[in-house]
Design a binder for this molecule. Structure first.
Ligand SMILES: Cc1ncc(COP(=O)(O)O)c(C=O)c1O
Length: 435
């Protein structure tokens, strides 16, 4: 039996079962006499998987780099266990975390409103700071409206799930962030991945599937968080128009980073932001706060205001965070030299890494640069050695990336100096070669 035949037989079996159930003709399942119990948490595969990672670290004698606690630090440094290290693990891209004007705005908001709005925005949690921030974001993207959420992750999950449903199709890049995948799964829509940044692969899916679905949502990222590369936005707009789909771009790592004034991938590609249906971003990266946003048409925002679960059933953004993001946005727009410094650092990192023979995969030299190291053991060892030599960079390992594609992921900021980048790469090259 071919695949189609097998699927039909399966469908028929399901149908028969459901009719038998309705007519109460179902053969009675004998209740098991064995006592049933849920597994204890340490029997869960999730738990045993984590322990396996720990065992590998212990066996090959490298330390567990995750969940390390740091003392108060300012970009580009981090203080861990009393040592001041050069930090390449923070996405404070424009160095605005701790900026006096940003902190002062947060403190003023606390003095005025306290630390919480104490309600969902739909029922008594709305304050003027939310509206001011949204007005500033929609002005930035030149869209009709904007909506903020308390987390970037929740923004993707609840936006995608609110907009699509069974009968729709979601097409996403295979390297999409977890929040996109969770939202897609929750929506009930059909979900298909296309090969990373491969628009021929996307077009093939559109050609084959478009006619069978009502609404089609294409989701991409402005700058990919593991590989530091970006999609061809012009070609994506062309495809979405041709096939009558919506295009959603997640700018978590593109806002403040791409385009000569940091406006994001639309500016970098020389495209009118109005050509993209849904702009998504986070406040936790270049904007030094916490939360996410959607910018787009008035009707889109209206749907989300009343239907996105992470909006309707969640508290409004806390006043100091809204104020901090607003202040950071104003500084980011007023001081494009921060973006210029960040971009110069990205170019320097990429050219220097290549000169030293490091493998940076498809990195395009913006704020995120991976250095490929192979497997988890090499990643752990190199990370440890880098730490010992004063460089704080974290490994990205399976399951976040394929088993043999472990890497050190460098986040660059406007605050790193060229000397710090060259020194960090010199140490990286020595340690990767020695691993
Ligand atoms: C591409 C992308 N989208 C969404 C998010 C979620 O954002 P947040 O961490 O602000 O919740 C992240 C987080 O790193 C991300 O990389």
């Amino acid at each position: 039996m071919g695949l189609a035949g097998a699927a039909m037989a399966q469908d028929a079996a399901v149908l028969c079962r459901s009719w038998r159930d309705r007519l109460s003709l179902a053969p009675r399942r004998r209740a098991s006499t064995a006592p049933r119990r849920s597994q204890s948490f340490d029997e869960l595969t999730a738990y045993t998987g984590i322990q396996k990672h720990r065992a590998i670290a212990a066996r090959f004698q490298f330390s567990d780099p995750f969940y390390q606690c740091h003392a108060p630090s300012r970009t580009p440094y981090i203080v861990v266990e009393g040592r001041t290290l050069l930090n390449f693990s923070a996405y404070d891209y424009l160095g605005l975390n701790g900026h006096p004007a940003v902190s002062a705005a947060a403190q003023a908001a606390i003095a005025q409103y306290g630390t919480s709005v104490s309600a969902s925005r739909i029922v008594a949690g709305e304050i003027d700071l939310h509206r001011e921030l949204e007005a500033a974001l929609s002005a930035h993207y030149r869209t009709e409206a904007a909506l903020t959420f308390v987390s970037g992750h929740a923004t993707n999950v609840s936006t995608i799930a609110a907009l699509t449903e069974p009968g729709d199709l979601i097409l996403h890049d295979e390297l999409s962030h977890n929040s996109i995948l969770v939202g897609a799964k929750l929506s009930g829509a059909r979900v298909l991945a296309f090969r990373h940044n491969d628009l021929t692969s996307l077009q093939r899916l559109l050609e084959r599937e478009r006619a069978h679905h009502k609404n089609v949502l294409i989701v991409v990222e402005g700058l990919y968080s593991m590989d530091g590369d970006m999609p061809d936005l012009r070609a994506l707009i062309d495809l979405k128009r041709r096939y009558g789909a919506w295009l959603m771009v997640d700018e978590a790592h593109a806002f403040g980073v791409l385009g000569h004034t940091g406006h994001g991938i639309a500016e970098a590609a020389g495209v009118d932001p109005g050509e993209v249906d849904i702009w998504m971003g986070t406040l936790s990266k270049a904007l030094a706060a916490c939360g996410g946003y959607i910018c787009g048409a008035e009707a889109l925002i209206e749907v989300l205001r009343f239907r996105a679960s992470g909006q309707v059933y969640s508290v409004g953004m806390s006043p100091p965070l809204a104020a901090a993001a607003l202040a950071a946005l104003k500084i980011a727009r007023a001081e494009p030299e921060r973006v210029a410094r960040l971009q110069a650092n990205g170019r320097l990192f990429l050219s220097e890494a290549r000169r030293l023979g490091l493998d940076t995969a498809t990195c395009q030299g913006y704020a995120i640069c991976p250095v490929m190291v192979g497997d988890i053991v090499s990643a752990g060892r190199v990370t440890d050695r880098m730490l010992a030599r004063g460089i704080y960079v974290l490994p990205i390992i399976y399951p976040a990336v394929p088993l043999k594609a472990a890497r050190l992921r460098f986040f660059l900021t406007s605050e790193h100096t060229p000397e710090q980048i060259c020194e960090a790469l010199r140490i990286t090259a020595e340690e990767v070669k020695a691993s």
